[in-house]
Structure formats: C-alpha cells, structure tokens
Design a protein around this ligand. Sequence first.
Ligand code: HEC
Ligand code: HEC
Ligand code: HEC
Length: 232
Amino acid sequence: MVAKYWLRTVMFVCGLLFVASAQANFPSVPSETFEALKLDRSSTTPKQLHEALVKRYKDPAHGAGPGSMAEYWEPIPYSIYLDPATFYTPPTSMREVASRGECVECHTEESPVWVQAWERSTHANLDKVRNLKPSDPTFYKKAKLEDVERNLRSMGKLRDNEPLKEVGCIDCHVDINAKKKADHAKDLIMPTADVCGVCHLQEFAERESEPFGYFTLWHRCPDGGLYVRCVV
Ligand code: HEC
Ligand code: HEC
Ligand code: HEC
C-alpha cells in the first residue's frame, strides 16, 4: 500500500516535470530546420515550433499566396482546392450558425457519404485508439494520440485534464476544439497543412523540412476515402 502511494507520488511528479518541459525535439526533423527557424532544438516547445513553421509557411517570400505574377492571371475554380489559404471563401448559400453536433447532424442529410467516411475514420474514434491493447499491432497510435494532446496543450487548445474527444468537421473546417457555434457563410475554411500541423506537429515539421521548400503531398484524406490533395 505504502509502496503504491510512493509510486503514485513519483509518477505524479514525473508527470508534472514532463508537462512543464514539453518539447518538440523530434529526431526525424533535421537540425537544419531548427537552425533555419532560429530555434534551439533542445528547448523548443511545440507551440514555438508551430509558430515558427507557420510564419514561414505563410510568408509570401517563401512561396505563399498568389505569387508575384498574380496580376497577370485569374484563378480557375479548381484553384481554391490547390491553394485554399489564398483562394477559398465559404459558400454564401448557407446561412446557418451551427454547433459541433449540428454540423454532423445536418451533413448526415446533406452529404451522407462525407459523414459516413468520417464516422469510420480514426478522427471520429479516438477512444478506440485510447483503449488499444499493447498486443495490437496499431498500439503505437496511442502514443501518437498522446503527442497530439501534448501539442494541443502547449498551444493552449486543450486544457490540462481535458482529453481530446474527437476531430470533427468543425475542428478542421473552423477551429480546433471549437466550443462555440460557427457561422457557415463566414467561418468555414478548407484546412491547409498548418491546421493539420497543430495536432500532427512532427509530420508538419518533417514536411516543412523538404529542402525544396514547396512540394505536393498527396494524402489519404481522413474524412474522404479518396486520395485528395489535402495539404498544399
Ligand atoms: C442546416 C444544414 C447545415 C449545417 C448545420 C451545416 N452545414 Fe455545412 N453545408 C450544408 C450545405 C447545404 C452545404 C452545401 C452548400 C453549397 O455548396 O452551396 C454545406 C457545405 C459545407 C462544406 C463545403 C463547403 C464548400 O466550399 O464546398 C463544408 C466544409 C461544411 N459545409 C462544413 C460544415 C461545418 C464545419 C458545419 C458546422 C459548423 C456545418 N457545415 C454545418 C449544410 C449544413
Ligand atoms: C481531419 C480534417 C477534416 C475533418 C475532420 C473533416 N474534413 Fe472535410 N475536408 C478536409 C480537407 C483537407 C478537405 C479538402 C480540402 C481541399 O480540397 O483542399 C475537405 C473537404 C471537404 C468537403 C469538400 C468541399 C468541396 O467543395 O468539394 C466537404 C463537403 C467537407 N470536407 C465536409 C466535411 C464534413 C461534413 C465533415 C464532418 C463530418 C468533415 N468535412 C470533416 C478535412 C477535414
Ligand atoms: C485536433 C487534432 C487533429 C487535427 C486538426 C488533425 N488530426 Fe489527424 N489525427 C489526430 C489524432 C489524435 C489521430 C490519432 C493518432 C494518430 O494516428 O496520429 C489522428 C490520425 C490521423 C491519421 C492516421 C489515421 C489512421 O487511421 O491511422 C492521418 C493520416 C491523419 N490524422 C491526417 C490528418 C490530416 C491530413 C489532417 C488535416 C487535414 C489532420 N489529420 C488533422 C488528430 C488530428
């Protein structure tokens, strides 16, 4: 009993130390990336790494935006999918102000296939990941889920004892862990890599470490069954 008490105290203190020193020192991210961002890899927090990556990701000098020849060409409708950060605006036909649950409810009627695909995805079934047994070949995902929660806490998107319940329509298409209602005609976005990167920081940092700076990633989109260009 006493031993158990001590163990718990030690674990608790270790837990506090771990939380206090959340780091984004991913071995798979080359030192050149940290150097280019002027960050010290041994002490950088997830929040600092994400902020520095996003600053560069959104910098026109690094290729973001319509480009220096913008005045000579017009985007075609498909451009909004290739570069939603520059070209996407939400449809004005929908005048709804909706909560997290209402997005799913109405879209079950409006676009049942999208909802079905999402319902079957990992993003809608995080408890399954949380309850994986060590004998399961996909057990490694449990640690990835914990990484995601750690990133969200570092970025102030999740409270200390709050588990991430799901990654729903509203998280990707409005704001991560949104608690308020969203205005369909104003707040909708098509998520770009920096949005995924709030949660999947390691993958975002790896992607942004490409020496070419700009490349296309064809990704299996978690809410569609298809291969679409999720991140541009
Ligand atoms: C009352 C029904 C309703 C609710 C509630 C609703 N939607 Fe929609 N949504 C629609 C309809 C209808 C469309 C198609 C509009 C169009 O293409 O003109 C649409 C389109 C979309 C699109 C695609 C936009 C595009 O550019 O093609 C996304 C993404 C989306 N909704 C996300 C959401 C999210 C996130 C929420 C919750 C905040 C939500 N919806 C709530 C009915 C709804
Ligand atoms: C993990 C993030 C994520 C989640 C969760 C998610 N989406 Fe998406 N959604 C995307 C991405 C990425 C795209 C493609 C954007 C692009 O083409 O550039 C997309 C595209 C769409 C489109 C297509 C718009 C068009 O004009 O073709 C609709 C509609 C849509 N999502 C609705 C939903 C609904 C409804 C939900 C919830 C059931 C949902 N999404 C959940 C990331 C997400
Ligand atoms: C709010 C946090 C959050 C956001 C935003 C988010 N994800 Fe995830 N995603 C998770 C979590 C948690 C998991 C489960 C643990 C893991 O496998 O990383 C996951 C899993 C995945 C997986 C693995 C699925 C599987 O079945 O193994 C892929 C691929 C993925 N996400 C891609 C994306 C893409 C692309 C985007 C942006 C369009 C995105 N995610 C946005 C939290 C998020």
